[in-house]
Write a protein that binds this ligand. Sequence first.
Ligand SMILES: Nc1nc2c(ncn2[C@@H]2O[C@H](COP(=O)(O)OP(=O)(O)OP(=O)(O)O)[C@@H](O)[C@H]2O)c(=O)[nH]1
Ligand SMILES: [Mg+2]
Length: 435
Amino acid sequence: MATKLGRARSASIDDPFAAHLAPPEGETAEERTVRLAAAQKAEKTSRQIDEVLLQSKKLLDKKKSNVKILLLGQSESGKSTVLKNFRLRFTPQYFDAERAAWRMVVLLNLIGSVRVICETIESELAAPEFTLVSDIHRQRCADLAPILREEEIMNQLISPTKIQGEVYVRPGGEWKSTLATSEVAQNSASVVLSMRDEIETLWADTAVRELLEKKDISLRDGGGYFMDDVSRVTEPDYVPTDSDILRARIKTIGVEEHFFEKESASGTRGVKDFWIYDVPGSRGSRAAWIPFFDMVQAIVFLTPLSFYEVLEEDTRVNRLEDSVVLWKEICANVHLQNCQLILFFNKMDILKAKLRGGLIIKEYVPSFADRPNTYAGATGYFKEKFRAYHKRTSPKPRSFFYYETTAVDTRSTAKIIGAVHEEIFRKHLQESILI
Ligand SMILES: Nc1nc2c(ncn2[C@@H]2O[C@H](COP(=O)(O)OP(=O)(O)OP(=O)(O)O)[C@@H](O)[C@H]2O)c(=O)[nH]1
Ligand SMILES: [Mg+2]
C-alpha cells in the first residue's frame, strides 16, 4: 500500500520556479519513483539534444576554420574523379568500405555500353540502305534484353526520379549502401554475370566495331568504359580495383560535400582536416556553384583539352571554348579574388591517344597554326592561353598553378594531389599568421 509522503519543503513565494519544481503535495512513494524516472528521462533527452547541438556547432566551427576546396569545371571534366582521388589518398579506409557499391556501378556502366551498342544496331537496321549489321545482331540484342531490364531495376532502386531520361543519384552515401546491400541489386548482378558470354560475343563482333566507328561513337571516351574487361568484372567474386572505381561513372545531382579527417591509416599522417565540394558541371546546374564562392579558399578548375568535341547538353558549343569562357569568369570574379586557383588540364591520356591517332589540332583551332602537332606543343600552347586569361582578368595579382592530369591514373594523380594539398595549406598557414 502506497504511503503518502509529506512535502519535503515548502515552496518559497520568492522563487517563481520553486512551486513547479517541488514534489506535488501528498505524493506517494510509487508516484515519486515514476516522477523521478520521468525527470531522469527528460534530463537524458535534454543531454542528448545538447550533444546534437554541440556536434552541429562543432561541425559548423570546423567548416568555418577548416580549408574548403571547390572542384569546378564543365560536365565530364573529371571533378568527381578527382574527388575520388582525394578520398583514396587521404581517407583510404572510407574508400575501401565502398567497393561493393562500386561493383554495382561497374556492372551498370557495362550494361550502359551494351545499351548504346544495341540502340545503334537497331537504328542502323531501321535505315533503308545497306547496313553493316544484320538480323543476327538484332537477335543478339534480343537475347541481351534481360540485362537491360536489370539496368532499369537497379536505376529505380537508387534514383526513383529521372531528369530528362537520365539517372542521377543524390549526394551523400545512401545510394551506395542501397546498392551494396540490396537483394534486388544482388539479383540484378547475377543476371548480368549469367550473360557474360553474350556480352563478349557482341563486343568481339567486327561488324559491331565497324558500325560504332562509322557512327563516330567512341565508348572508350565516354567514361564508365568496361567493355574490354567483361570477363574480369563479371567474375562472381570480383572486387573493383582502385582504378575501376576511378573509371566507374555515375551522375550526381546536387553538391557532394566531403570532410577529410585524419585517418589512423599510415600514409595520411600530417594531413590537416579539410572540406571538398564537388558540384555538377552541366550548363543548367552551374547556378549551384555561386553559394560556395564566398567560403572557399581554393578552387581546382578542371578542363580536358577537348577542342574536338561539343557539349552534351548543348551541341552548338565547343567544349574547350566553354571551358575558356568559364575560366575567364572564375578568374574575373571579385568574390574569388583571394581564392587560390589551380588549373588541371585533365584527361591527358585521351589527348595523347588522339594525337597518336592522327588528330590535327589546327583543323579545330586555326590559331594553333603551324606549331608542332604534338602533346607538348598542344599543352604548351593552351597553357599560355589559360595563363594569359588568368593574368589579364584576375582582379588582383595571384600565382598561377597548373598541372597536367589523368585523373583515372591513381599513381600520377596521387602525387599531384599531394602537391596541391601542400600548396593550399602553405598559403592558408601564411594567411592565418598574417591575421
Ligand atoms: N580517360 C580518362 N577518363 C577520365 C579522366 N578523368 C575522368 N575520366 C572519366 O570521365 C568520366 C566523367 O568524369 P566525372 O569525374 O564524373 O566528371 P564530372 O566533372 O564530375 O562531371 P559532372 O558530374 O557531370 O559535372 C568518368 O567516367 C571518369 O572515369 C581522365 O583523366 N582520363
Ligand atoms: Mg561529377
